[in-house]
Design a protein around this ligand. Structure first.
Ligand code: NAP
Length: 248
């Protein structure tokens, strides 16, 4: 299927590694100009370099997505530079897993701030010009943990469930301006985040996945790219699980 992206600009958070990097590369292959955001300069810088070396268009910005002042400043500067940002992919995320009785307040706050507060900050900074242009795509990367829950992840599943509520409410607010807002909920995808899982944990997880394997970052990037395209203009307020059938 040929997807339509007419001179579009996308900002992808967490674009330095894993799922976000694959989303950035896939959008760039479709001709989208991509602003790669990650925490470290080297990580988003290398993603942007890879895109530019392949003939695409990308710039890199190191921004801590949980820092509201830094995000507001980045939004202001990037809007001045690019005029409009059409596609916002809120992908940056972290885990700090522990059972509730052992979870520190810091681990709770860091996870809520990086995964959930960040979505509010970026949307506040970038959505108004989308409404004026009568085109926009907000795509939030949540998780099956936010749908099913997961022992040891009260912080992470709360943040991811919060992103789903945010997605549905914002979709209702922005629909009249042709700005769509959707969420993608990955299952277990091979990235640095899941490489920490012990073999014993994987032995427990794999039998719960009907397709009996972990997913690839490209599986998520393909769904995000479709949702970002003009062809997806009648889809809003939805959560798409890409999880090998786990959360059926
Ligand atoms: P990853 O490999 O750990 O990469 C995370 C990316 O987010 C990195 O580029 C990192 O920046 C960036 N990041 C983290 N904290 C940040 C901060 N405070 N400010 C700016 N950037 C920050 O993760 P992933 O597995 O690709 O996951 C991507 C998203 O998918 C996350 O939201 C995650 O919760 C979600 N997800 C993943 C899975 C999975 O199985 N992998 C499953 C469900 C949902 P640096 O590169 O600079 O460190």
């Amino acid at each position: 299927m040929n997807l339509t992206f007419d001179n579009k600009v996308a900002l992808v958070t967490g674009a330095g590694r894993g799922i976000g990097r694959e989303i950035a590369l896939t959008l760039a292959k479709e001709g989208v100009t991509v602003i790669c955001v990650s925490q470290s300069e080297s990580s988003c810088g290398s993603a942007a370099e890879e895109i530019n070396a392949a003939g695409g268009k990308a710039v890199a910005r190191a921004v801590d997505v949980g820092d509201k002042v830094a995000v507001a400043k980045a939004c202001e500067e990037l809007l001045a530079e690019f005029g409009n940002i059409d596609i916002l992919v809120n992908n940056a995320g972290i885990t700090r897993d522990n059972l509730l009785f052992r979870m520190s307040e810091e681990d709770w706050e860091d996870v809520i701030s990086t995964n959930l507060n960040s979505v509010f900050y970026w949307v506040k900074g970038l959505a108004r010009p989308m409404t004026r242009k009568r085109f926009g795509r907000v795509i939030n990367i949540t998780s099956v943990s936010g749908i099913m829950g997961n022992a040891g992840q009260t912080n992470y599943s709360s943040a991811k469930a919060g992103m789903i509520g945010f997605t549905k409410s914002l979709a209702r607010e922005l629909a009249s301006r042709s700005v769509t807002v959707n969420a993608v909920a990955p299952g277990f995808i091979k990235t640095d985040m899941t490489s920490k899982l012990a073999d014993a944990a994987l032995d427990m997880i794999l039998p719960q996945i009907p397709l009996k394997r972990m997913g690839e970052a490209a599986d998520i990037a393909n769904m995000v790219t479709y949702l970002a395209s003009e062809e997806a203009n009648y889809i809003t307020g939805q959560v798409f699980t890409v999880d090998g059938g786990m959360a059926m």
